[in-house]
Design a protein around this ligand. Sequence first.
Ligand code: EPS
Length: 404
Amino acid sequence: MIRFLTSGESHGKGLNTIVEGIPSNLKITEKYINDHLYRRQQGYGRGLRMKIEKDTAEIISGVRFQKTLGSPISLFIRNNDWENWTDKMTPGKRTADIEKITIPRPGHADLVGVSKYNFDDIRNSIERSSARETAARVAACSVVRKLLEEFGIRIGSFVESIGNIYPDDNFAERLFNNDLPPQFNAWKLACEADKSPVRVLNGKQETRIINKIKLVKKKGDTLGGSFYVIATGVPSGLGSFVHYDTKLDADIAHTMMSINAVKGVEIGTGFNSAEAMGSSSHDEIIRKGTRITRKTNRAGGIEGGVSTGLPIIVRVAMKPIATLMSPLEAVDLSSMKQVISRRERSDFVAVPACAVIGESMLAWTLASHFLNKFGGDSIEETRDNFTNYQNKLFDRLKSNFRKN
Ligand code: EPS
């Protein structure tokens, strides 16, 4: 079983994560982790914070000579902005002149946070509920992303829409139709998307989105959008149908939904399949050499909670950023009067970054099911188990069903 914890406030000293259960002898470097942290920081429409931070993870433990030791891997990301916030965020004594925040912003965890934790300052809520925490997730999940790569599993994402601007040719259709060259892999797709400041695959759409972000920014408003996260090279057999908490699709929905501002998750054709007939919804089964596979991939690579061996296709909806420069109404908790809500430095759009975080969460979920199935204290042991299963899959099916 693998698990990770994160700790850290948005303007505290930094973010910590401890990743546990990773087999020994997996090659990993700070550079590998930092390359993914860099990807999370990009995107047209981000706020000023991303200019202050140059997120890099320091490996504190669990790795020696660039290989995992099987012990907990601890990573630390320093917040450069801490220097500007030491008085306001000190774990030490409060100085009298630190102003309390009393007006909650609609759409944030401000009001629920102060109510639930019995705070007298909304700052106490803002700090941990901030999407800054996702930097620690990306760092933690980069370790398992590296593990999956050892087994040919690649993960990528692209932005489908921002502010209701969609491409004329949605790449997702090709994924559902299984209309992809054999060398297609999800990481190549991610690299393609990374070339765009809004991580879309279509130049015309990119220009329209950037223009819309500029307009919305002028109005003091924000935007959300949707993105796809894909994994290729996933073996069949991850997850299970035996219980609600062993299903791969259920776990993916859980981890995606856990990302700040995510409001919807679909696997495969998702909500569209509710409107289609069975005949245009399911994937016919075919034989390709020593593989039994599917003609199409509308199921998004999962049937009955178990991976089919086809690409995992996840679509995610992110709501618009909740901090508005032209704020909505709220109640000032110090006077209990109706007021205009507060402004706070924020992003205008963070869908491109959210897609990178989605990649990280998918990597985590897949790695968790992968190691549940193949186990291993060392990467070599995991590989033996994996290879054995993969090599025998077709022959086992054939011999099990052979008529005497
Ligand atoms: C973020 C850091 C935050 C925000 C953003 C994401 O920094 P700050 O609050 O200092 O500007 O830019 O967080 C949110 C939009 C949010 O709602 O929490 C980051 O590192 O990604």
